[in-house]
Design a binder for this molecule. Structure first.
Ligand SMILES: Cc1cc2nc3c(=O)[nH]c(=O)nc-3n(C[C@H](O)[C@H](O)[C@H](O)COP(=O)(O)O)c2cc1C
Length: 332
């Protein structure tokens, strides 16, 4: 058996880029990414050992999460005075290789450099936002952020559309919670904070919460809460793409993260109401409700909040590095 050499420790600059990348959001905080470093390039791989086969059977959200990490990496590179030239899916024989970012001195993205400061301030919020409305100029910035990454955004507007979308969310909650498989998978990702991944809970609360989630169908209560969140959110918005394959999902992830960072710069935070997108029957109905050609990928609520709380945990950087000679992750 040939010995694999451990990944070389990243230099200071690479470390800063990776640190930004891994702060990206990911479904259930799975952090499903791996990175291989070269002197002038970073390769981003999907880590499918961290997939969610029940919640996300096609790895759609897994790929979107990696797209978020990719956007952070690009933004951090710009802030470090580097030009980041990105190729999505650069090798059709290596399905897990999602992107290669070539780095060279020289930067032309002053706007992106400013966004880097928002990476550590972004949070996923699950509570209700303040009632303050989002000003039209801010909304325009958010929509532009999504379009800049080749995706589209639709604002869920008007009482009837809001009610219809809120009902799809609560219907989604009921369907997911009624499935013991879905509940088991969720429970598996409820971890004590010190684990560095998953949906973090205080140490002693985690085992109890896992048992409750595994055994009790809380769909009705969760659905009512999410319905109210959707109804009352200052801004409810869907992000979508023209197609529905890996490249589209990477674009959706980059669009999501750019939107979240721009939002953060305006003092806004976001929460997710993705249930209708995780269930094919409901996704079709949401698509119809939005009245937009193409494929909805994410449903978000955005608003202001005085106390966004502490950041969710991340795994140590060394655990997301793959060695240059790792046979599973060859690059050409
Ligand atoms: C593709 C994707 C889907 C997500 N879906 C949900 C969701 O349905 N419900 C939810 O509460 N959070 C959702 N999240 C947010 C993650 O749970 C969150 O990013 C993770 O717990 C890390 O926390 P942070 O965003 O505060 O860093 C999603 C994130 C991504 C990137």
């Amino acid at each position: 058996m040939t010995e694999k050499s451990p990944p070389a420790g990243p230099g200071e600059q690479h470390r800063a880029l990776l640190d930004a990348a891994v702060r990206a959001p990911s479904s259930h905080n799975t952090q499903p990414w791996l990175f291989r470093l070269e002197h002038d390039a970073v390769h981003l791989f999907a880590d499918r050992t961290r997939a969610l086969p029940v919640n996300d059977p096609d790895d759609r959200e897994l790929t979107i999460s990696c797209g978020c990490a990719l956007l952070n990496l690009r933004v951090a590179a710009t802030a470090a005075g580097l030009r980041a030239a990105c190729r999505l899916l650069p090798d059709s024989d290596t399905e897990d290789l999602l992107a290669t970012v070539h780095l060279a001195p020289g930067s032309d993205g002053a706007g992106d450099a400013a966004l880097a400061g928002e990476i550590g301030r972004r949070r996923t919020l699950r509570k209700r936002f303040d009632d303050r409305a989002v000003p039209p100029a801010v909304l325009r910035d958010l929509l532009r952020a999504v379009e800049d990454e080749g995706a589209w955004a639709v604002v869920v507007d008007g009482e009837a559309q809001r009610q219809a979308v809120a009902s799809l969310v609560s219907e989604g909650d009921a369907m997911q919670w009624s499935s013991p498989h879905w509940r088991r998978e969720l429970a598996q990702w409820m971890h004590p904070r010190r684990r560095g991944d998953g949906l973090a809970l205080a140490g002693i609360a985690a085992p109890l919460a896992q048992v409750v989630v595994r055994t009790v169908d809380m769909g009705t209560g969760v659905g009512a809460k999410d319905h109210a969140l959707a109804e009352n959110s200052p801004l409810l918005l869907a992000i979508g793409t023209a197609g529905d394959g890996s490249e589209d999902w990477l674009r959706a992830g980059q669009a999501l993260e750019r939107l979240l960072l721009v939002a953060c710069g305006h003092g806004l935070q976001a929460g997710y109401l993705n249930q209708p997108l995780q269930l094919p029957a409901l996704r079709h109905r949401l698509q119809h409700q939005l009245g937009h050609d193409g494929f909805p990928q994410l449903l978000l609520r955005l608003g202001y909040c005085d106390d966004p709380g502490e950041a969710s945990p991340r795994r140590p950087l060394d655990t997301v590095l793959v060695a240059a000679d790792d046979g599973r992750h060859e690059t050409r």
